[in-house]
Each structure stands twice: as C-alpha cells, then as structure tokens.
Design a protein around this ligand. Structure first.
Ligand SMILES: Nc1nonc1C(=O)NC1CCNCC1
Length: 246
C-alpha cells in the first residue's frame, strides 16, 4: 500500500510513520508513506498557500491552486489516478468497515487541511472521499491521516507479526474486545479470573465471548444493539437472536 499525504507539516507525518510497527513496515517495503508539502506548490514567491475568505469572517482558507498542483504531481509521479481522501469533520466518520474498504486499494492520497479549510472548488475537482476521524475539531488533518494509515496498514500482508495479527479483531461482529491479563496472578489483591488459568480452551473462549458481550453492552450499547439486530435479522426471529441474552 502506498500513501501520499498532502500536508503543510510533512515532519509530523514522517516522524509518526517512521516509528514503531509502521516504521518497520516501511523499512521492510510493505508500505510506503510519502509526505508531500503543499507549500512546495505555492503559486507565489512568499510560499503562501492561504488567503482571506471571501465573504469575510475569521480565519484563513487554503488556496485551490497549490492543492490542485500537489494532487496532480502525485498522480503524475504514481503514474495513475487514486482515491483522494480529504480529512474533515464534514466527512463520514471512520469505522472498521470503511478501513477494510480502503485497505483494498493499492494506493491512497490523503489530503490534510488547515486553518478554516480548503477552497471548495479544488475539493469538488479532486476529492473522492470525505472522511472524519470523529465529531470534534482538530488543528489539522494530519492526525486523521495517521489514524487512517495505521488502521489500514494493519490489513497489509506482512505489516503485523503473527502475534500482533492474532489479536482479537476488536469490533469484530460489532463487539468490543474481552479483558486481558498477564503475570503476576495476583496484583494489588486482584486475582486473574480462574478460568484463564484452567487450560480449558472451550471454557476460556466462552468466557471471553461473554465478556465481550457484557463490555459491549455496558460501554457501547450502540454497537451492541447493531450486533443484536444483525443476529436477529439473520435468525429471522427476535427470540432466537444470535447474541446471548445477558
Ligand atoms: N475531525 C476531523 N477528522 O478529520 N479531520 C478532522 C478535523 O477536525 N480537521 C480540522 C478541521 C478544522 N481545520 C483544520 C483541520
């Protein structure tokens, strides 16, 4: 998977993408992350890429031309057009289903805005997907881009080790992950649940599934209802819903 991140702060992307699992994946060639500085495509000698908004109001707006030139330059370098994802609160809120869909692409352009936003006219011309990482306002789209790169890269073969990829896929079947424990058996007078010490893998699996259900119902009732609804629809009968009654 090749990522082209259009940003005013390439160092943010380079540092985050060069560390930890993503850094290892890039070093091993499983992913590439190229931070492209939109300022390099500025149309003026002062390298300015923003201007005052028509209609007045606070803040500045990123100009259309530098963004347009940056997208076209990336497409020319890649030798192909790609989906262009604009990170913005006005986008669809990212979820695991969307992550898995994006993971099927070979390459993605991630456009990071700053200030009040980007001139609408270039968005209309180049953006294919509007994505938000949550209903809050950030100072820039870079962290959104890194969230996408991180979540998508988990699906790229070779990025996760066997241990890492064997992780319970949180949000699998719309359920949250079960609680985890490791040594010591007793910590602050808190005992590891005995079933986990039993060696009975069937009971351990049942206990973990039940904990996932309980945790989802208490912490994310919205997901729980979705999971229950899907199960009922699948069974076609409210009484035989596939999710255990708690
Ligand atoms: N939430 C968000 N998900 O993706 N991007 C988000 C965001 O808040 N972007 C900022 C919006 C204000 N201008 C600077 C960028």
């Amino acid at each position: 998977m090749n990522y082209y991140v259009l940003t005013l702060f390439p160092e943010m992307i380079q540092q985050a993408a060069g560390a930890s699992i993503l850094g290892r994946a890039a070093k091993n060639g499983f992913i590439t992350v190229e931070a492209v500085n939109i300022r390099d495509f500025s149309a003026n000698k002062h390298m300015r890429v923003d201007d005052y908004p028509y209609g007045g109001g606070a803040g500045m707006v990123m100009e259309a031309e530098p963004v347009y030139r940056a997208v076209r330059a990336v497409e020319e370098k890649a030798g192909r057009t790609m989906r262009v994802v604009y990170l913005t609160p006005q986008g669809r809120v990212l979820n695991q289903t969307m992550v898995e869909e994006f993971a099927r692409e070979e390459a993605l352009v991630l456009l990071c805005g700053h200030y009040e936003g980007i001139d609408e006219r270039v968005l209309e011309e180049v953006v294919t997907d509007y994505v938000s990482i949550g209903d809050y306002v950030l100072t820039g789209g870079e962290l959104g881009a890194m969230v996408m790169i991180d979540a998508i890269s988990r699906f790229v073969p070779g990025v996760l080790s066997n241990e890492e990829s064997s992780q319970f896929e949180s949000l699998q079947d719309n359920l949250l992950e079960y609680p985890h424990y490791t040594r010591p058996e007793i910590w602050h007078d808190r005992q590891v649940p005995p079933v986990l010490l039993s060696g009975d893998h069937k009971k351990i699996e049942e206990w973990r599934h039940q904990k996932s259900l309980e945790r989802t119902k208490s912490r994310r009732p919205d997901l729980f209802r979705r999971s229950y609804r899907v199960s009922c629809i699948w069974h076609g009968d409210e009484r035989t819903g596939g999710v255990a009654e708690l």
